[in-house]
Write a protein that binds this ligand. Structure first.
Ligand SMILES: [Zn+2]
Length: 167
């Protein structure tokens, strides 16, 4: 019996082509922790990888963990690829924030939104060593995947997966 060409190509694709893994390498500037984790295989998120990232990105003031919107992780990996630094170690300045922590920051610093998407685990503050901050910002803006905030004095860029906007 003849095997159709499409059947053969599907079979060989399944056998020969490894499923691409997407990973993130992060350093948290407040906890001093490092992580290197695969969070996606092909189009499927890896639950254990997401768990590790959620814990890593916990509110560093209270220890509370929130489930991140995994689109944030896709955004970070794609952003690194866009600037030619796929797999480089990203520095994390702030991940998830409890409402308490956000209010604490609002009272003690400037530029913190009352309804910050950090409280929804949909925002993250980053820098990429070796890359000028403006380049990281411009690449994030060009992707149009959410909000981008530029904090030159504190040397980080805020990215989120909310509405496309900038400040
Ligand atoms: Zn932020």
């Amino acid at each position: 019996m003849a095997v159709s060409a499409s059947h053969v190509s599907r079979l060989s694709a399944a056998v020969d082509v490894p499923v691409p893994e997407t990973h993130l390498r992060l350093f948290h500037t407040h906890t001093g922790e490092r992580i290197d984790v695969v969070f996606r295989r092909g189009g499927e998120y890896v639950a254990s990888g997401l768990d590790k990232l959620n814990h890593f990105l916990r509110d560093h003031r209270t220890g509370d963990v929130h489930q991140y919107n995994p689109k944030v992780f896709d955004l970070l990996a794609d952003l690194e690829a866009v600037v030619g630094k796929a797999g480089a170690e990203l520095q994390i300045i702030c991940g998830y924030r409890t409402p308490w922590s956000n209010e604490f920051l609002r009272k003690n610093t400037t530029g913190v939104a009352k309804n910050s998407l950090h409280m929804e685990a949909e925002a993250i503050d980053i820098r990429l060593p070796g890359l000028p901050l403006q380049k990281l910002r411009d690449a994030a803006l060009a992707m149009k995947r959410g909000g981008v905030g530029y904090y030159a004095a504190s040397n980080f860029v805020h990215v989120d997966v909310g509405r496309v906007r900038r400040w």
